[in-house]
Design a protein around this ligand. Structure first.
Ligand code: NAD
Length: 483
């Protein structure tokens, strides 16, 4: 199979915070890969804009170093040279006047303009204001903003208001890079492009759903930031909530931004409040010196959670009675992200009970090795009578679609190109973000009120015992965390 690259229109993309960690690690490598794939027109330009005083030549040197550090393969020097020719730099102070006239002169008229706000959210208002003051922002330009989008409902509303004072909702692209993953979009293709799954995708046939985002890394150098956030704010309110929405939502009338986002919003609004007994938070501990969570943050008595597991109910006709179990944590035994739909037992076993319980499972893996497994029950081969075994139907994309299928764009590549194309389907709308915070806030406030400490769990484990109990008490168990 030959991959099809559809070139995007001519664009100018300004990266505010162009010298920062996110730009160097994700945004610039993603742009290079799309350039390499032939998706950027020869005229398209990228402008780095940040506080450091330097000229374009100095910035190109920095970008080259970032590409060499963060692109693992396939980076021929000639292509990098070519890419760098499309890059300029302007030293801009988001809160002052320096650099803005220069930036305004660099931007071309009549082409798509996008501004990536890869800076602290406290600068969003100042940036937006200056973009307008200096004639850089018109009704057709787009802005891209990163997580965290607020730390509670109040701050998210303020942030939305700040942005909407200057831009309309259809100009604002709130990134959640989980939505840019190939498999997440495949979840929609599998659900809505086949007759096979949708009739079974409900409480009559689905026993429960598990969504796991397990990280093997700890807070590392980000302890100061993470300790003010915790797993609930850093992962559940955004990434896990988005995965839950795509799994649970009703079929949208069409694959268009508002049709999809309307359905996702309805899922968040249908979530029941979570009783304390259905939620477990944890903090990692280690016997090795300096390896425990509390060694890696400033506050030695911190009660911030590095792990959360919970049972959720989506209160609507489709899902009444089918629990959704979510878990995420740091320093777990493997890096593993998946959505697993566990179907109910067959209504009657003609083989009798002695052959054990066999269930169909659709496991959608986001990382590592993006792909899907559909487990079906078959007869174990060989003599000796009827023995049942569950095997995965092989859905490795690379095998079915050829080697090009393994070379899919990463989430940032896809999402940045969607910004240029003006497609908001895979970006969070302001009301979605607010609804997710409205659901999250009471849980966090409850924790703050009780004063309880998170449960501890050993590093390289699967989380606290109590998280296993969430499922055991109902005769279920978590799927293996493995890569
Ligand atoms: P960083 O501290 O590495 O970089 C900040 C950038 O902002 C620098 O380029 C700096 O020059 C610029 N800047 C700071 N003050 C400025 C001012 N007054 N005027 C103009 N430019 C100014 O930060 P980062 O890690 O790149 O993160 C950027 C944003 O992206 C943050 O909001 C962060 O929360 C978010 N984010 C980062 C990551 C990541 O992996 N780094 C992941 C998700 C979200």
């Amino acid at each position: 199979m030959v991959s099809r690259v559809i070139p995007v229109e001519d664009f100018d993309l300004v990266i505010f915070g162009g010298t920062g960690d996110l730009a160097r690690r994700k945004i610039l490598p993603a742009l290079f890969r799309r350039f390499q794939a032939g998706q950027m027109t020869p005229e398209s330009r990228i402008v780095g804009a940040a506080r450091s005083e330097m000229d374009s030549a100095g910035y190109r040197k920095d970008v080259r170093a970032a590409l060499e550090e963060f692109l693992d393969k396939d980076r021929p020097k000639a292509e990098i040279d070519d890419f760098l020719e499309r890059i300029d730099y302007v030293a801009v102070d988001a809160t002052g006047d320096g650099g803005w006239d220069e930036l305004s002169k660099l931007l071309r008229k009549g082409v798509t303009r996008a501004f990536y706000f890869s800076v602290a959210p406290s600068l969003f208002g100042a940036l937006a204001e200056r973009l307008h003051q200096h004639g850089c922002a018109g009704p057709k330009c787009r802005i891209v903003v990163e997580k965290p989008f607020g730390r509670d409902l109040h701050s998210a509303r303020e942030l939305n208001k700040t942005l909407r004072d200057h831009f309309s909702e259809n100009q604002i692209y709130r990134i959640d890079h989980y939505l840019g993953k190939e498999t997440v979009q495949n979840l929609m293709a599998v659900r809505f492009g086949n007759v096979l799954f949708e009739p079974l995708w409900n409480a009559h046939y689905v026993d429960h759903v598990q969504i796991t985002v397990a990280e093997s890394v700890g807070v590392d150098g980000r302890g100061a930031y993470y300790d003010k956030s915790g797993a609930m704010r850093d992962m559940v309110q955004n990434h896990l909530m988005q995965l839950l929405c795509l799994t649970a939502m009703e079929p949208p009338a069409r694959f268009s931004p508002d049709a999809v986002r309307d359905e996702k919003l309805k899922v968040i609004r249908a979530l029941e409040a979570v009783p304390p007994a259905d939620i477990v938070r944890g903090q990692y501990v280690s016997k090795s010196k300096g390896e425990s969570y509390l060694d890696q943050v400033e506050d030695p008595g911190s009660r911030t959670e590095s792990f959360v597991a919970m049972k959720l109910q989506v209160s609507n006709w489709r899902w009444a009675g089918t629990p959704f179990y979510l878990r995420t944590g740091k320093r777990l035994k493997a890096r593993h992200t998946e959505i697993a739909v566990i179907f109910k037992d067959a209504p009657h076993s003609i083989f009798g009970q002695s052959l054990g319980r066999h269930r169909n499972v659709l496991a959608i893996r986001l990382q590592p090795n993006e792909g899907m497994d559909l487990f079906v029950t078959i007869k174990e081969p060989g003599p000796g009578g009827m023995r049942l075994v569950d095997v995965p139907l092989d859905m490795t994309f690379a095998d079915a679609l050829g080697p090009d299928a393994a070379d899919v764009p990463d989430a940032y590549e896809r999402l940045i190109m969607d910004v240029i194309r003006g497609d908001q389907t895979l970006f969070m709308r302001g009301d979605e973000v607010e609804a997710a915070w409205a659901w999250t806030d009471p849980i966090i406030e409850g924790w703050e009120d009780t004063g309880d400490r998170p449960k501890t769990y050993e590093v390289d484990s699967t989380g606290p015992e109590e998280a296993a109990m969430l499922l055991h008490r109902e005769g279920r168990r978590w799927r293996e965390i493995a890569n």
